[in-house]
Design a protein around this ligand. Structure first.
Ligand SMILES: [Zn+2]
Length: 278
């Protein structure tokens, strides 16, 4: 089992660490880190552990992150960041990947395997693989890299950072290149139309694990089941009373199949749709 530690740098509230417009570095980092972990979950023989606070509320000290990864005996460590030159917009640009000033050979190989794909995903200038005496790559005992995916105070780079699809593709690319570097195979081949029962069960297990993760995150940010908002109370009461919607989760989106069911209930005439005049 390959163990991969990762983090999304800093915390949401960390001083500095924001664009001149106030967007938070952590929010950019977090999107890349999530896409990375979700993609790696599609491979066999690998597990990931995140060492920053996935809600962003606490800026987990660097010492705590590296101690955590060392104690867990991670095989690799990847830290996701975005760069800044200062506090004003400028035209500096590009992606760079850091390894320690005195790196393990395996860290150099890891950076070489991953960095070009990061550059391609962002579509920004290649500033190369750099060496730096950074805590996260110095104090981790396993091969480690720190990715700076473009400058958040760059008028050029910010256009990429504001696109979730770019951040997600960067995270996926890092996972795919890491998987290739380590020689991992996917849980299911990419081009198979039918799943075996074992593959189906594996998929089910992954989906359940993700659902539990999402539930836990929703609970942490206060997105559990709640009463409908006062602004929608009248409509909610009506829709649930006549049976258009079931009486749970007023704050959740409908899936397409649930929407089909709502339309079916209306079309089949099984419910009385008319709203009584107030
Ligand atoms: Zn950073």
């Amino acid at each position: 089992m390959i163990k991969v530690g990762y983090d999304a740098g800093h915390g949401f509230h960390t001083a500095g660490k924001r664009t001149p417009d106030g967007e938070r570095e952590w929010s950019f980092n977090d999107k890349v880190a999530r896409a990375f972990a979700n993609e790696l979950a599609l491979y066999k023989g690998v597990m990931t552990r995140r060492f920053d606070d996935p809600t962003g509320q606490r800026d987990v000290p660097l010492r705590e992150r590296t101690n955590g990864a060392n104690n867990w005996a991670a095989n690799f460590y990847i830290s996701f960041h975005h760069n800044a030159l200062g506090s004003r917009w400028g035209n500096h640009t590009g992606v760079e990947t850091f390894i320690h000033t005195n790196p393990q050979p395996r860290s150099i190989e890891l950076a070489n395997a991953i960095h070009p794909a990061v550059v391609t995903s962002y579509g920004l200038r290649d500033r190369g693989i750099k060496r730096g005496n950074l805590h996260i790559v110095r104090e981790t005992t396993m091969p480690a890299i720190l990715i700076e995916g473009g400058f958040m105070d760059s008028l050029i780079d910010i256009t990429k950072l504001r696109k979730d699809a770019v951040l997600a593709s960067a995270g996926r690319a890092v996972a795919q290149k890491l998987a290739k570097f380590v020689g991992l195979s996917r849980v299911f081949p990419e081009n198979r139309e039918e799943l075996s029962m074992a593959q189906y069960e594996e998929l089910r297990r992954l989906i359940d694990a993700q659902a539990r993760r999402i539930q836990e995150l929703e609970r942490l940010i206060g997105l559990e089941e709640r009463e409908p908002l006062a602004t929608h109370a009248k409509e909610w009461e009506w829709a649930t009373r006549i049976g258009l919607l079931t009486d749970i989760y007023p704050n959740r989106p409908l899936t397409r199949e649930q929407y089909a069911e709502v339309e079916y209930r209306k079309a089949s005439g099984e419910i009385q749709l008319k709203v009584e005049p107030e």
